[in-house]
Design a protein around this ligand. Structure first.
Ligand code: MV4
Length: 509
């Protein structure tokens, strides 16, 4: 077994992997950029090495620097986390060349799934259902026109090198096609250096349901149940849950077996996720495969009782899966909230700064994967994900109730967070009735803006007033939130809510 693992990442996922290493008696090596010197993952690691300035391309994306730290520290393996280099085939190759085990799939498997059209061609061969359309890029407007006529409007244009909704164009009618095609192609060229665009039948109000798969290096591949990820904002997942409220055991088996076929067609090893679009009739279509551990992996861990990071490390160590498909059981329900340093009253703009007070929830059925601590300064250089709050229960209602209780215990002082958004989502009747599709959150936020009487002009005006008030009262006002020795969290919370109430009285909300 490995004696030392380098975690080529930062934030909550780096802390999460370091914890798994320590639980397995493995030493953890952290790497950090200058602004992350005091971050939690550095504090928890056994060794930590600076790898450069804040800019990701000078630090967390610097392959040579990370490989050289792996060699210098004597790390046997590297865990890439998610984002950064986690799906970078060149990095996987550099690890192999450097004699350091990459904890994840091979570079070849990454390449096979990295291009959406190459993946669709593989699915065609493997008999996996994918959304009707082209499995190659369209070479001309005429070709796009012919395909769109064949499959029927609306159609979706997508960048082959894209993913996560980048470079997508929804086309409702023939007269929009030409300009949409030109726009998609130039955007793809600019964003990915590859202008290849393919075409799919647009699925109206789809659900995004993904299947966790796990494959060892001896040909064994299993699925570990699905995750419902339709609650998104601008293609960013906000709330995820397992199992999906619309998937019954038969559908789970069919989706799982399909996901296993996808993984096997790519010669996939280690942990991966197969994404599906699901239409209103519960037909599912292959969308893409993510060749990394995902942010939302904890909800699968809670409903299966498996630790995915432990399993990743055992698989990378050449061990066979310690269970078979029939041993995998889904029990209970888990829901994850992604806690971001964002200001919900200012278009969710990032809200970096010093965390002056942190009251974190715990108690029955609550898991918190966090990268923050009281006194830490949230840098502005990276994705503002602070922590993931997961509620687990025997059923969905209990998971919701626990998460609501935990959210009411959560208080992060000094910066803005999106915690209030989750309180709103979890108490929404449609959410509680599991009436979720990819348009849910946009509808909820639109309702909120209308309820607040917010027009865009109104928001700008409120911001000016707020700035003026802060300029006059700022330190004093902020002072009212400082915790004195005698204050208990409840008082702080009431002070917090009194301050909010005062702001509302001033018409700032
Ligand atoms: C689609 C679609 C409708 N029809 N493809 C968005 C991100 C990427 N994973 C694929 N996405 C979509 N692809 C077809 N043919 C609608 C979306 C989509 C979406 C999908 C899942 C979750 C949220 C979404 C939000 C907007 C659009």
């Amino acid at each position: 077994m490995f004696k030392k693992i380098l975690i080529a990442n930062r934030g909550e996922i780096a802390v999460r992997v370091i914890r798994a290493c320590h639980e397995m008696g493995i030493s953890a090596v952290a790497v950090y950029s200058e602004v992350d010197r005091a971050s939690l993952h550095v504090r928890k690691a056994d060794e930590a090495y600076p790898i450069g300035p804040a800019a990701a391309k000078e630090s967390y994306l610097n392959i040579d620097k990370i490989i050289s730290v792996a060699k210098q520290s004597g790390a046997d393996a590297i865990h890439p986390g998610y984002g950064f280099l986690s799906e970078n085939a060149q990095f996987a190759r550099a690890c192999a060349d450097g004699g350091v085990k990459f904890i994840g799939p091979t570079a070849a498997a990454m390449d096979a799934m990295g291009s959406k059209t190459r993946a669709r061609q593989a699915m065609e061969k493997a008999g996996v259902p994918f959304v009707p359309g082209t499995s190659r890029g369209v070479d001309s407007f005429e070709e796009a026109q012919a395909v769109a006529e064949r499959i029927g409007y609306p159609v979706m244009l997508k960048a082959a090198a894209g993913g996560g909704g980048k470079g997508m164009r929804l086309v409702h009618s023939p007269d929009e096609l030409q300009s949409a095609l030109e726009g998609a192609r130039s955007e793809a060229e600019r964003a990915f250096g590859d202008g290849e665009v393919y075409l799919e039948k647009a699925i109206v109000n789809p659900r995004h349901i993904e299947m966790q798969v796990l494959a060892d290096e001896h040909g064994n591949t299993v699925y570990l149940g699905e995750r419902e990820c339709s609650l998104q904002r601008r293609h960013q997942k906000v709330v995820e849950e397992a199992p999906s409220p619309v998937v019954d055991p038969d559908m789970r088996r069919r989706m799982g077996q399909t996901a296993v076929r996808v993984a096997q067609s790519a010669g996939y090893t280690n942990a991966g996720t197969v994404e599906f679009l699901v239409d209103q009739q519960k037909n599912f279509y292959f969308l893409e495969m993510n060749t990394r551990l995902q942010v939302e992996h904890p909800i699968t861990e809670l409903v299966t009782g498996l630790d995915l990071v432990h399993l990743q490390i055992h698989i990378a160590n050449g061990e066979p899966l310690p269970f078979q498909q029939d041993d995998v059981n889904i029990r209970g329900h888990a829901i994850e909230c992604r806690i971001y340093a964002e200001d919900p009253d200012n278009n969710y703009f990032p809200s970096p700064g010093k965390i002056t007070l942190l009251l974190a929830p715990s108690g029955p059925g609550i898991r918190r994967d966090s990268g923050m601590y009281e006194g830490w300064t949230v840098p502005m250089d990276y994705d503002p994900l602070l922590a993931k709050l997961i509620g687990y229960g025997t059923d969905r209602a209990q998971a919701i109730g626990r998460l609501q209780r935990a959210l009411n215990e959560y208080f992060v002082g000094g910066i803005k967070t999106n915690i209030s958004l989750f309180r709103r989502i979890l108490r929404d009747p449609d959410f509680q009735a599991a009436k979720i599709d990819t348009g849910f959150l946009d509808r909820l936020l639109k309702q909120k803006r209308e309820a607040d009487g917010h027009s865009d002009a109104g928001a700008a005006e409120a911001a000016v007033i707020a700035a003026g008030m802060f300029a006059m009262m700022g330190p004093a006002a902020a002072g009212s939130l400082e915790r004195t020795a005698s204050e208990t969290p409840e008082n702080v919370m009431s002070a917090h809510s009194n301050w909010k109430a005062a702001a509302r009285r001033e018409g700032l909300k």
